[in-house]
Structures are given as C-alpha cells and as structure tokens.
Ligand binder design. Sequence first.
Ligand code: FMN
Length: 142
Amino acid sequence: MSTDESLNAEIFEQLAWAGYLSYWSGPEEGERPSAYIIMLHDTLISGNYLCDDGIAAQSILLGAVEAGFGGCIIHSVNRNKLRELLNLSEQFEIIQVIALGKPKETVLLDEIKNGDFKYWRDENQVHHVPKRSLDEIILEIR
Ligand SMILES: Cc1cc2nc3c(=O)[nH]c(=O)nc-3n(C[C@H](O)[C@H](O)[C@H](O)COP(=O)(O)O)c2cc1C
C-alpha cells in the first residue's frame, strides 16, 4: 500500500484510466488518489487465487465507501514498470491496483439503453454508469 505523495505520483503514471473516455487522461493533479493498494499474488503460497481477488477488492471498496472514501479497481496497469518501481521479487505477481481517495465526482447509475454499457460524462462532468436492471440479470427458472 502507498500513501506517500511522491510514490503515488509514480504509481499514477503506470495506470490507465477510464478507457471509454478516450478524451480524458485521468484525474488531474490535486484530484488524484491519495492511496493505492497493490494487490499481489504470492506464487509461493498457491498457484492460483480463483475469484479471491474480486472478493477482496469488493470488500475493500465497500469498506472505503462506508468510511467516506471512494475507490476504483484498476486492471489496466503497466505491470513491468510497477514491479520495478516497487522493487518486487519474482515471487509476486501484480493482480490489480485499487485507487482510493476522497471522491470529488458525482456518479449516477442509469438504466442501460440499447445494450450500451459504456460509462460517459455529461456537460456538467457527472459520470453516468449504465447498468442492466435486476429483472434483466436475474434468470427466472420457474
Ligand atoms: C476487474 C475490473 C477492472 C477494472 N479496470 C479498470 C482500469 O484499468 N481503469 C479504469 O479506469 N477503470 C477500471 N475499472 C472500472 C472501475 O473500477 C469501475 O468499475 C467503473 O468506473 C464502473 O463503476 P462501478 O463499478 O462503480 O459501477 C475496472 C473494473 C473492474 C471490475
């Protein structure tokens, strides 16, 4: 985990933000995450981690929101450079990074239209995330 400002700045450079917002290169200085959790696979303990990384990431994010913070799972990571930066031995594989901080943005969940699930921003910089409805994702088997 890093809460160090200068290390955070170097970690930031190894992350790709919001691929669907091609015109946006990520949060501006002063609005960037104040902490990063780098989730690692310790290959000496087990050959795989199944879905444990998702469970852990979700739990961390729920805890962060409960404590008044916001977070984002970032899978699009320059792993080789981040490994070098953090001086990680071969024993560890970088799974993903969780960015944490005080949320500044307003996020709205919208109902999905025409199957388009891509998040977008309106003219007021409100971040819209289209979601499928519960009716749509629960398969009735009787
Ligand atoms: C496994 C996974 C990987 C992700 N990777 C990235 C990423 O590399 N960069 C990014 O900006 N957002 C990434 N996201 C998207 C955000 O974490 C977030 O899910 C998205 O903004 C939608 O918000 P919501 O999940 O709160 O609905 C990823 C999400 C998941 C679940």
